[in-house]
Design a protein around this ligand. Structure first.
Ligand code: AMP
Length: 487
């Protein structure tokens, strides 16, 4: 269960876990890890692999932008190893990160992680405990901190008060995001402050931007990625479709950051193209766990520079059997990293995962979790197995004829089925009835799956018959108006 309590304690400076006294340097973490000692507060001790090091050469210096903690920007000079694109705002850096340079398994010196010392605007810093509690109550956000931790960052109701990198602000404006959603208002400042986060929010709540924006801000503060370096940030998601949505969101908010690269690493697409992209060096990898592990094992990527990790739809990843891969990645990370775990539900397995891999996380819960949205009407009809398809056809034909007769756009409808074969069978039966339907399941090629989703999003196809690859996290603009579970 996600226990949620509004916590109000006197304000004092927040120190993210990885910057606290006793948090060792990357170098220590890596050395320990290689010895099989775990090392990280968030690392397990039985380390099988260390996916460290660079796997190529070259040093691509890139134009850097400095931004101060009050959000004003100034363009700085190019950077080399050890410097950062965020010269100003992050009064932080190598020293705070723990000093010594880390050497990869191939003898390449890795730049230190930079932990920018982020602060919100003066206005937010001046909020009293009562005001903070009032904002949280209004946004329906619950916050729980780990024992002995200072208060969590206050919720911030405007992007302007978040002191974000100027390129991110430009992209926020470009995408017409005027106000943060509740999960963004609370999770963004927590993530920006460098704390680990356990987020509990419904799909459609805007949680992708809640982790993507701080991720980009974190990456912009790091020394540039060189050819052969692994990524700075990693997002793991359960399905290709969700990974693609996340990739789009990360790209949307990093489009103004010059040279910022995001790679998507999912099955069903050409592994060789992915390999060249990864080897050339990218800031962010958004991946499904299985394919990413393949790349690590083939030496196409490394975890040695990863310092920001997101596990999105973690409950779903566990349902899909990705726990070994998640653990493999988590225990192979460098010692100092920030972890954000998002899950729609909080079963015991997620609590256990959080306990093992998150360091004193702030728990943020928005709205009611794991319950259908209030404006959904649910109808249950009991039929025998044999009658199911006929009943479904009758229902949908009636619905679509009514829409046609009244000159209305046919309702977007998703029909969930359990098996791939059933998926095709139902879809074919609907098409035979003259309805525009398509099937979405793991047995179709990646391009077919993408085309099916694209057509559904555009409304060209009004009925999507899907297995559970589409059951969570998919954002279909305009939203479907009917959902049938035909197990
Ligand atoms: P998510 O829950 O991350 O899948 O987001 C659901 C939808 O909300 C996506 O289409 C986002 O582009 C959109 N969205 C997220 N945050 C905002 C915001 N602050 N303002 C407007 N739209 C948003």
């Amino acid at each position: 269960m996600c226990m949620c309590v509004c916590v109000c304690v006197p304000a004092m400076p927040y120190i993210p876990p990885h910057l606290r006294a006793g948090a060792g340097s990357n170098a220590t973490g890596v050395a320990k890890a290689r010895d099989g000692g775990g090392g990280s507060s968030s690392s397990g001790s039985n380390r099988d692999h260390y996916y460290g090091g660079s796997f190529g050469g070259g040093g691509a210096a890139r134009r850097s932008e400095s931004f101060s903690s009050n959000g004003s920007s100034s363009y700085g000079q190019g950077v080399g190893a050890g410097s950062s694109r965020d010269g100003g705002g992050g009064a932080s850096s190598a020293a705070a990160a723990g000093g010594k340079k880390v050497e990869s398994s191939r003898g390449v010196v890795l730049p230190d992680v930079v932990w920018p010392k982020w602060q919100p605007s003066e206005r937010v810093r001046r909020l009293t405990e009562d005001q903070i509690a009032e904002v949280r109550a209004r946004l329906n956000v619950d916050v729980e901190i780990s024992p002995d931790m200072p208060p969590a960052s206050a919720p911030i109701e405007s992007f302007e008060d978040m002191n974000l990198h100027s390129s991110i602000m430009k992209d926020i404006a470009f995408h017409s995001y005027t106000t943060p959603t509740p999960i963004q208002a609370q999770a963004l400042p927590v993530a920006l402050s460098g704390s680990d986060l356990l987020g509990c929010a419904e799909t459609g709540s805007g949680k992708t931007a809640a982790f993507a924006i701080p991720l980009i801000q974190h990456c912009l503060a790091q020394p540039p990625v060189r050819r052969g370096d692994g990524p700075l940030a990693l997002v793991l998601a359960p399905t290709r479709e969700l990974a693609q949505q996340i990739e789009r969101e990360v790209k949307a908010f990093s489009r103004s950051a010059e040279g910022f690269k995001t790679a998507i690493v999912v099955g069903g697409t050409n592994i060789y193209d992915q390999r060249s992209e990864l080897r050339a060096g990218v800031e962010v990898v958004v991946a499904t766990p299985g394919r990413f592990i393949d790349h690590l094992q083939q030496g196409n990527s490394s975890l040695s520079r990863v310092s920001y990790v997101v596990l999105d739809e973690a409950d779903r990843m566990l349902d899909m059997g990705f726990e070994p891969q998640i653990r493999e990645v988590m225990r192979s990370l460098p010692k100092k990293h920030q972890t954000l775990l998002f899950s729609a539900t909080m079963p015991e397995e997620i609590e256990a995962l959080a306990q093992e891999y998150l360091s004193k996380p702030v728990r943020v819960k928005v709205g009611r979790v794991s319950s259908p949205t209030a404006n959904v009407a649910q109808t249950l009809e009991k039929v025998t197995d044999k009658e199911k398809i006929d009943r479904l056809l009758a229902l949908l034909v009636e619905e679509f004829s009514q829409a046609q007769d009244s000159n209305q756009v046919p309702p977007l409808t998703i029909v969930f089925v359990e098996r791939k074969a059933r998926c095709d069978e139902v879809s074919d039966a609907l098409v035979e009835q003259g309805l525009k339907a398509t099937a979405l399941h793991g047995g179709r090629s990646q391009s077919e799956r993408e085309a099916a989703l694209w057509d559904f999003r555009k409304g060209t196809t009004s009925i999507l018959v899907a297995t559970d690859v589409a059951s969570r996290g998919l954002d279909v603009t305009g939203m479907f108006s009917e959902l049938c579970n035909l197990i």
